[in-house]
Design a protein around this ligand. Structure first.
Ligand code: C5P
Length: 221
């Protein structure tokens, strides 16, 4: 068995997609399976952390020793994160939060009509950006799913959102990204970029926690 290197540490993980309802039967979402985030929560618990997992709508069972909070929309995820955040937490934002939501919610199912229609959208709150702006002693890890110029966009995210680490992947690469069991990521801090080979999401989560533990020690020492 491994040493409990995260014993007593509070870890907050978000995972899965969010779902933004337009009416009772229609929503805007994305293909996130939640697997990467659930693997990250599971590995943190295995290392002894106190883990809160804030999960969008996914078909996955809760990892052992993990406290799970289910949410549907970006707004609910924002509220849950705010409620469960502590000043010294390690926050890993794996969730694929919907960037837009329908501007209005129709309580009655909208009737279909012939021809085209327009759905008005507005931005959802950027949870990670808010965390970066209000950062106390937290260690913030963001994810960046990109289709091109991965390193450039991920570096930019690190700076712009005031993060300590970004895990970036090219979601167009074979065996990477949303739905599969494997992932091929880069772990980036302000100082360095570490490219990992294609690994299972479980193996990837082990590498991510090793990197977080190393960098957190640097920050404290
Ligand atoms: O800017 P972009 O959406 O690509 O950044 C991705 C990172 O930001 C992910 O870690 C994601 O969980 C987080 N995010 C968020 N709230 C949003 C959008 C993204 O926390 N509304």
């Amino acid at each position: 068995t491994k040493p409990l290197t995260l014993q007593g540490v509070h870890v907050l993980v978000t995972a899965g997609p969010t779902r933004e309802m337009a009416d009772p039967v229609r929503f805007l979402s994305n293909p996130s399976s939640g697997r990467m985030g659930f693997a990250i929560a599971e590995e943190a618990a295995r290392r002894g952390a106190e883990v809160t997992l804030i999960a969008g709508p996914v078909e996955l069972s809760t990892p052992p020793e993990v406290h799970r909070v289910n949410v549907v929309s970006a707004e609910e995820m924002y509220n849950a994160v705010t409620k469960h955040l502590s000043a010294e937490a390690i926050v890993v934002k794996t969730a694929a939060v919907s960037d837009y939501r329908p501007k209005t919610y129709q309580a009655q199912k909208a009737k279909k009509e012939d021809g085209e229609t327009v759905l008005e959208l507005e931005r959802t709150p950027d949870i990670l950006k808010m965390l970066g702006e209000q950062k106390e002693a937290q260690f913030l890890v963001g994810f960046a799913a990109e289709t091109d110029e991965v390193e450039t966009y991920a570096k930019d995210k690190l700076e712009r959102k005031n993060l300590d680490m970004v895990v970036a992947n090219d979601i167009t690469a074979d065996g990477a990204g949303f739905a599969g069991d494997t992932n091929e990521v880069m772990i980036m801090t302000k100082e360095e970029t570490h490219r990992l080979p294609a690994l299972t999401k479980r193996e990837t989560s082990v590498q991510i926690w090793d990197a977080v533990e190393q960098n957190r020690c640097k920050g404290q020492g």
